[in-house]
Design a protein around this ligand. Structure first.
Ligand SMILES: O=C(O)Cc1cc(O)ccc1O
Ligand SMILES: [Fe+2]
Length: 446
């Protein structure tokens, strides 16, 4: 179900729509009419353009936003290397199926220092591939600090807690079961009004997410465009005088800082297509088989990109007849990283895949339901059944071979050594040779 038990306070107002052209102003008449860069923008603001795609990208892909701000972003002192954040970028491509116990909450770290790279492939420098992060933060970012990643778009899957995010383009409150996308280069800071937070991040080094085509599904279904929410323009009204800010930048997976004597949250109005947004996974309209067989998990795609799809497994009814209903056993040309926001995933009932844990089934590494899920599902009476009640599993599915960092393999100390032994090695042989031998009888009744 969608997150409904919350009245959105005044500070959090949203513009609805996915990749809709939005415009928003915190003061009336901020945006120039019929032009983008007038000689003197209103209120003595500076015009600045933020490009999220190449200038010449086709219209259907082109994402740019004009911001009207008190001082341009360029007004800062030189960048310096920052060594108190050591990213784990040594990556190992391994065929081993991996599963991690729940990652610990961390009461000490702020957003930036909580980012732990678990895996990835490719390079931000050549804009190929992706990074996968686990975050566990316990404190708000210190005042007068902001962060942006120059490496790619962050898709944040919040597993625990509440994120109060101030971005250049406005404020977003992200609650459990919601996801957040912050595009490359957009500055933000993260406060934790409810204490500790934890979750997963997919960073796309290339391009941006889109909604999947719906084909024969028609014009509505899956994640509907109107349920994506972008912030309205808001600026630090009390902070537009001189102040001392530190801007952190993740740049080719290293960290840099630059100081400046003004708030980065000084955008009074903006218009364009390049902005952060959030989405409540409870609004996902799940579609599935109403006759027989189990569709490919792509039927649950929320957002797509050639580098990775974001797929969820929401609560849903299973009604298929004469069908083994959990996911089939399989090997893919894709790699599959899975996480669990809450509840239990129907293919893994053996207790090893838990909320805040994860799994990785890499290219052509075989997997499927564990023995504890397979046995009852083969015998179950096939009445309509609700699965995933109170649950939300998700998958980052990529055609690329995802590597695992030193942190992911060892330092996190969460890898389950007995994954294969517990899940699939116990599967029993049920094969029966036809009486009379091969070729004599083709149908065997059990
Ligand atoms: O491995 C998994 O659990 C994810 C998955 C689910 C499904 O329904 C079909 C294929 C698939 O990879
Ligand atoms: Fe799979």
């Amino acid at each position: 179900m969608p997150v409904t038990d919350f009245t959105t306070p005044e500070k959090y107002q949203y513009l609805n729509g996915f990749q809709s052209y939005h415009e928003s102003e915190a003061l009336p008449n901020t945006l120039p009419i019929g032009a983008n860069s007038p000689q003197k923008p209103n209120y003595g603001l500076y015009a600045e353009k933020v490009s999220g795609t190449s200038f010449i990208a086709p219209r259907s892909e082109n994402l740019q936003t004009w911001v009207y701000r008190i001082l341009p972003s360029a007004a800062h002192l030189p960048f310096e290397a920052y060594h108190e954040y050591e990213p784990s970028t040594n990556i190992h491509q391994v065929p081993q199926q991996l599963r991690w116990d729940p990652f610990d909450l961390d009461g000490e770290a702020d957003w930036i220092h909580s980012l732990k790279q678990l895996g990835g492939v490719g390079s931000p420098a050549t804009k190929t591939g992706l990074g996968i992060y686990i975050f566990a933060a316990g404190v708000s970012m210190p005042p007068q600090q902001a962060f942006y990643s120059a490496d790619g778009d962050f898709l944040v899957v919040l597993q625990h807690g509440v994120l109060d995010i101030q971005t250049e383009l406005g404020n977003l409150l992200v609650r459990p079961n919601e996801i957040l996308v912050i595009p490359r280069g957009i500055k933000y800071r993260v406060d934790l009004p409810g204490g500790a937070v934890r979750g997963y991040i997919l960073e796309l080094y290339d391009g941006h997410f889109k909604l999947p085509e719906l084909g024969p599904i028609g014009s509505n279904g899956l994640a509907n465009a109107r349920d994506f929410q972008a912030p309205v323009a808001a600026f630090d009204e009390t902070e537009y005088g001189p102040s001392s800010w530190t801007i952190f930048t993740k740049y080719n997976n290293a960290m840099f800082t630059a100081t400046q004597s003004h708030t980065p949250f000084d955008v009074v109005g903006w218009h364009g297509l390049y902005y952060p947004y959030k989405y409540d996974l409870g609004r996902f309209n799940a579609i599935g088989s109403i006759s027989f067989d189990h569709p490919d998990p792509s039927i649950f795609t929320v957002l797509t990109n050639p580098t990775a799809d974001f797929v969820v497994f929401p609560p849903r009814w299973l009604v298929q007849e004469d069908t083994f209903r959990p996911p089939w056993f399989h090997r893919n040309t894709m790699s599959e990283f899975m996480g669990l926001v809450l509840g239990e995933y129907d293919a893994k009932v053996g207790g090893g895949f838990r909320p805040a844990g994860a799994s990785l089934h890499n290219i052509m590494s075989a997997h499927g339901p564990d023995a504890d899920a397979h046995a009852p599902a083969s015998e179950a009476e096939l009445t309509p059944t609700k699965v995933g009640e109170g649950s939300m599993a998700f998958m980052f599915e990529s055609p690329l071979m995802i590597g695992v960092t030193d942190w992911g393999l060892e330092k996190c100390r969460k890898v389950q050594p007995g994954y294969n032994a517990e899940s699939w090695v116990p599967l029993k042989r049920h094969f029966k040779m036809p009486t009379g031998g091969i070729g004599k009888e083709t149908k065997v009744s059990s």
